[in-house]
Ligand binder design. Structure first.
Ligand code: 5GP
Length: 177
């Protein structure tokens, strides 16, 4: 098990690259099966989900669209809770089969506050795919349709997730020691 330092904190390997990739392939297969002939639109939430979204998307065996939006930022190691409006959503969601792609659902506040804004546009359906879920930390009710890994309530970095801007490039996911 490798220990790394990001800024002032030490992290150790929690999910190795092969484990992450195998699970993402499984999720992509499930989604491809569930959405046969339906051409879903994936809406990936930046910055954290960019790697997950890319890997998930390339394993799909169905026709699908993808776009990226940006919401509130997460400063330091505690959720700021300030959800700003999305930047970059050009698509009209009316009648679309939407799948939101998140890196991690922690308290659930971000999506809980943001989903009604999307629902307002009357998509035909809306589901959530998240790579990580801290189920012990959930405070806001959310129906998570596709979950990669349920993880303990500990801060993680890597595979798109950062600690104050660093660590996103790591191929594995690391947990705070
Ligand atoms: P929530 O609103 O569900 O509490 O938090 C969701 C957002 O908080 C995620 O999209 C992510 O940006 C951030 N977040 C929550 N937990 C972690 C974590 O353990 N590590 C990192 N890097 N970000 C996290």
């Amino acid at each position: 098990m490798a220990t790394i330092k990001v800024h002032d904190k030490f992290f150790e390997t929690y999910l190795p690259e092969e484990v992450i990739q195998k699970r993402i392939k499984e999720l992509a297969d499930t989604i491809s099966n569930d959405y046969k002939g339906r051409k879903p639109l994936f809406i990936a939430i930046l910055n954290g989900s960019f790697m997950f979204a890319a890997d998930l998307f390339k394993h799909l065996t169905i026709e699908a669209e993808i776009c990226f939006i940006k919401l509130a930022s997460y400063k330091g190691m505690k959720s700021s809770g300030n959800v700003v409006t999305s930047i970059g959503l050009e698509d009209d969601l009316f009648g679309k089969e939407v799948i939101i792609v998140e890196d991690i659902v922690d308290t659930g506040k971000t999506l809980h506050n943001f989903l009604p804004k999307l629902e307002h546009q009357q998509p035909k359906s809306m589901k959530i795919a998240t790579l990580l879920h801290k189920s012990e930390a959930i405070e806001y009710p959310l129906n998570l349709d596709y979950v990669g890994f349920d993880i303990p309530n500990k801060f993680v970095v890597g595979y798109g997730l950062d600690y104050d801007g660093l660590g996103r490039n790591l191929k594995e996911i690391y947990q705070l020691v």
